[in-house]
Design a protein around this ligand. Structure first.
Ligand SMILES: CC(C)(COP(=O)(O)OP(=O)(O)OC[C@H]1O[C@@H](n2cnc3c(N)ncnc32)[C@H](O)[C@@H]1OP(=O)(O)O)[C@@H](O)C(=O)NCCC(=O)NCCS
Length: 218
């Protein structure tokens, strides 16, 4: 299983994708590649062999200062605040709620933090604690690629969200990003994001944010 940019994917691999939300299916099949080329939305595909199991789209955005809840405004200036938007994230119906039995990582320390191997080590195994959040180098290295891991307790939706957050964190090392924004399609999707600490924005009922500092600390 791997996550690849849509620019490297044949359209035929996307044709059977169905997450149960027609609007998201249509976006993936008709507009995602076009928007990627235009540079207005980068889409990443979760692939299992020759099949797309999920996708998400990211782009840059600004949040109105007033949209942040008071406690998050802190010392911020009253200007629009830079953020990354995960505009869409979806898993194929056949894989929703599926728990991964296979883990693919080099080591898992006592806190359940792991560093993904270079792909050469794939083995069955058990992780004592659920892997959540962004996984930093347990040896304290600073120059490592950080990745989410595939863990038996992770669902694919969670895995893909962690992949997206890791990507946002990498971008924030070079370009200022205050937070990651998600647009939930409905209350159910909002509940999914609330599980991971996203905070509702004040001005839009279905939009939430997660400060990049929170992701860094996780
Ligand atoms: C939302 C979605 C991405 C979740 O993917 P998934 O693979 O089913 O989710 P996971 O199996 O990774 O679940 C991760 C956790 O979120 C929970 N969860 C999943 N869907 C949820 C929902 N709709 N509401 C609340 N919690 C949810 C799971 O119970 C699990 O928690 P647990 O580990 O404590 O049991 C998927 O259901 C989907 O594609 N839905 C249609 C598109 C959509 O609504 N996208 C959302 C943003 S636009």
């Amino acid at each position: 299983m791997e996550v690849k940019p849509i620019s490297n994917i044949k359209p035929s691999l996307l044709s059977k994708f169905d997450c149960g939300a027609e609007e998201l299916n249509t976006y993936l099949k008709r507009f995602a590649k076009k928007n990627d080329k235009l540079g207005i939305g980068r889409t990443y595909i979760l692939l299992d062999k020759a099949r797309a199991l999920g996708f998400y789209t990211v782009s840059m955005v600004q949040i109105e200062f007033k949209a942040l809840p008071k406690p998050s405004q802190g010392k911020l200036p009253r200007y629009p605040i830079p953020a990354v938007r995960i505009g869409r994230l979806a898993i194929d119906l056949s894989a929703q709620g599926q728990r991964l039995a296979r883990i693919s990582h080099k080591h898992c320390n006592e806190f359940g933090q792991s560093v993904l191997s270079d792909g050469s080590e794939n083995y069955e195994g058990k992780v004592s604690k659920p892997c959540r959040g962004v996984f930093l180098d347990p040896d304290g290295g600073t120059d490592v690629q950080i990745h989410p891991v595939l863990c038996e307790k992770c669902g694919l939706g969670e895995f893909l969200l962690m992949d997206a957050l890791t990507r946002c964190l990498r971008v924030s090392e070079e370009i200022a990003v205050f937070a990651v924004i998600v647009d939930a399609k409905n209350q159910q999707a909002k509940d999914f994001y609330l599980k991971y600490g996203f905070i509702p924005l004040e001005d839009q009922e279905l939009s939430l944010f997660l400060p990049i500092d929170t992701i860094k600390r996780t």
